[in-house]
Design a protein around this ligand. Sequence first.
Ligand SMILES: [Fe+2]
Length: 174
Amino acid sequence: MPITEFHDSTDGLAPGQRQRGHFVANLDLGDDAPWIPYAEGVWIQPCRFNVTSGGFTVILKAMPGASLGTHYHTGIVQGFTMQGHWRYLEHDWIAKAGTFIYEPAGEAHTLVIQEDSPEPAMILFMIEGALVYLDNPADGYFAAYEDGFSALALCRDYYRQNGLDPAALDVLIR
Ligand SMILES: [Fe+2]
């Protein structure tokens, strides 16, 4: 989403409509579930859109060999690997089922799923703040932006274009 579209970021809800209480979301992680295309071989399902401080929580699914462009985080990220083998090109560890990661704010990295991953990777990411995608892995400049608002817009668009009710996403907005 071009940053010029962010003149007036909003959750799109009428005044007083945004919920503040607890909620539960029962996700369907099966192949036929509404996985939202995010990048080549990468999909997401939203768990929460944090339009209060700008972050978001998603389940990310990605095929062996898929990757996510180099991006910089303005806030911390916590991730839990549910299945699959993946890593960041900038680190020497490989995450597998059960791997929890904590990423400090200010880190740029490139997510790749191992070519020999025995199954698609599935990772719960709890993201505070925004991702700033870079146009070049080394000394890159701004290429694209993602936060709770843009993720909400992306998911709503997908729901609208695929015959799903975008209002079903509203419960995930806090
Ligand atoms: Fe990241």
